[in-house]
Write a protein that binds this ligand. Structure first.
Ligand code: AMP
Length: 190
């Protein structure tokens, strides 16, 4: 089974590449951002709780995120594996993911980090904001907070996988197809 953490800052292209990867490898896409937006749209308790954090570009508390992911994994039977997109975003989440997978006799195959410099990220997020309708994509202050949160809280997750010998980075700048080819090269080497 392939269980891949697709990693990178906001705007790195994780969502775009995840969509292509799930089709290519027949995997299940698990995007915590998408799950929260779904709950938000449905007006569920979880959605209302997540809303304030998302609107400010801050992270939803670990225990809330971990519970939601546990549920999603339990609900997805017979999957060939997962592309984790936007999760784990803290070391606590990464540790929790390892134990969750262990319970199902599974493990992370590898983390693939998309490398994109900050000015390109900002431009991509603003461009996406024109069509995504996401409030957090349209406001410079919120974009800055999200990038800061990524650097302060999420970047250490790369070390977590590096220490397990599971980290590889690819250039996240280029055409969608070029980046996809770099990612599949890594996955096919597992
Ligand atoms: P994304 O679509 O991945 O950019 O996520 C949008 C927002 O959802 C983030 O800015 C956070 O507020 C929240 N979020 C998504 N995934 C997580 C996570 N793994 N941990 C905490 N908050 C998250």
């Amino acid at each position: 089974m392939l269980n891949i953490v697709l990693f990178g800052p906001p705007g790195a292209g994780k969502g775009t590449q995840s969509e292509k990867l799930i089709k290519h490898y027949g995997l299940t896409h698990l995007s915590t951002g998408d799950l929260f937006r779904k709950h938000l749209g449905e007006g569920s308790d979880l959605g209302n709780l997540a809303k304030q954090y998302m609107n400010e570009g801050r992270l939803v508390p670990d225990e809330v995120v971990i519970k939601m992911v546990e549920q999603k994994i339990a609900d997805t039977e017979g999957s060939k594996g997962f592309i984790f997109d936007g999760f784990p975003r803290t070391t606590a989440q990464a540790k929790a993911l390892d134990s969750m997978l262990e319970k199902h006799d599974l493990a992370i195959s590898g983390m693939i980090a998309l490398e994109v410099e900050e000015d390109v990220l900002r431009a991509r997020i603003k461009e996406r904001g024109k069509t995504s309708g996401r409030a957090d994509d349209q406001d410079d202050q919120k974009i800055s907070t999200r990038i800061k949160v990524y650097l302060d809280e999420t970047l250490p997750v790369a070390d977590f996988y590096r220490n397990q010998g599971k980290y590889q980075s690819v250039n996240g700048v280029g055409t969608i197809e070029e980046i996809f080819a770099s990612i599949t090269e890594v996955i096919d080497s597992y």
